[in-house]
Design a protein around this ligand. Sequence first.
Ligand code: ADP
Length: 539
Amino acid sequence: MRATMQNVPLSLNHFLERAGKLFPRTEIVSRMPDKSYVRHTYADYYRRTRQLASALLAAGLRKGDRVATLCWNHHAHLECYLGTPAAGGVMHTLNLRLSPDEIGWIAGHAEDRFLIIDDILLPLYEQFKALHRFEKVIVFPFSGAPVPAGFVDYEQMLREAPADFEYAAHDENDPIAMCYTSGTTGRPKGVVYSHRSTVLHSLVAALPDQSALSNQDVVFPVTPMFHANSWGIPYISIMVGAKLVFPGPHLHADDLLDQMQVDPPTLSLGVPTIWLTLIQNFEANPGRWKLPAGMRSLVGGSAVPESLIRAFARHHILIKQAWGMTETSPMATMAYQKAELAGQTEDEAFARMAMQGVPVPLVDLRIVGESGDECAWNNKDVGELQVRGPYITGSYHNVERDPEKFTDDGWLRTGDVAAVDEYAYVRLSDRTKDLIKSGGEWISSVDLENAIMAHPAVAEAAVIAVSHPKWAERPLACVVCKPGQTVDTATLREFLASRFARWQVPDAYEFIDAIPRTSTGKFFKAKLRERYADWQWPA
Ligand code: ADP
């Protein structure tokens, strides 16, 4: 017997058609370099995105060609998200926070043919252009100034685009976008998404237990559109016709709070460091801003401290922790309260929200211990987190299959170390490269950081391993205090003593002004390890 269903390929073009035809009056707001707001509708978006696709084809784009973007979060970047695949191309988001050398290397490795760039980023382009030659550099006049000679003007290109656009024929497995891992722990590697993987990820990530993103939402993507495609949220917003509000280049906490007053979001997303600063600035300036009560915020990219979840809960904002990677499209687990846990106490509920969450539909997950056997889901047995599914990468672009990254039976080795509890909540204890092994026992830097950040005087904390003559490694806690506050080592040790075994509590503390950040805003522990490589223990 055969199924009778039509064999229509999953396609992002369908999302674009929906946006234009079903939600033409919905707004897309962008914050411009001068801090003004520009408003478009989905009707504009539909027209302009198809013009972009038509112009790219007229410029000679062939199927599978890479069109790189070097842009902040705004409407034109969103046009590249669907316009490039509509023309059969592959959008490649370059990370503007990487060094010019890294950007040049990545563009060369991806063999990017065209580049679409914000005019305010041209000085950065000047620094890497010698490393890779783009056939065309298309400049989006974000600042409003005329586009300099020698470049293609994005707006003019759209105005002059041939009117007779037709979508490029495609298969659902054709590539639509690529993104390089941000390289927190090594050389960046390219992940290539397809129509199929992106549509499936969008459907899953929109479900009520995940983002619950609907047509009613006002979405504020603070996560850069070059960081795992802003976690797929632009695609999902277009799919359901949600209003989008983009911060442009203004990611300082005060700017984000200002923007929230103009278009109060119902759903926002960003890494923990962004929300840590945001809540501190908010609480330090009573009466200056209102937080949008009822907002949900998806937070991930690194562990979300329970103290942060509690701080926002006091303002009626739900922080939902997600775990994922560039390799997983990225949402692979999501923290939410399962109905099975209805009787738990408030403290238990907060502790669960500080875990990485439950695997989302279509993602299989297992923990593999040092012996090579799968670990039981008992919240104790810790091993490598491995995942498999239709929107999880099975290889890297132009990289030979690496047994360190993929198992023989086809699972992605995430490089994260975790346990799973009996309710299927993942608890991530570390990245393999951040693990601390003291006297033969593992110490979770994530658990220590979360506990230290719960101290009222502490703004931020990162814990790294430093070598020790007797214990091989010991934890060193790098602590940033809140403005005008201090805390001493003895107090912190005592604060941790009730939560950790004595040998797990750090003896070494460094009080510093700021924790270095990676290009996606995470704590840059590799930098701290470098800085304290010669750590001297008192004799
Ligand atoms: P990079 O590897 O360069 O940081 P990604 O942004 O793809 O690039 O990062 C994926 C990694 O981020 C995961 O493997 C994990 O270590 C970390 N991560 C993501 N979400 C969380 C989370 N909720 N809690 C802890 N770590 C997280």
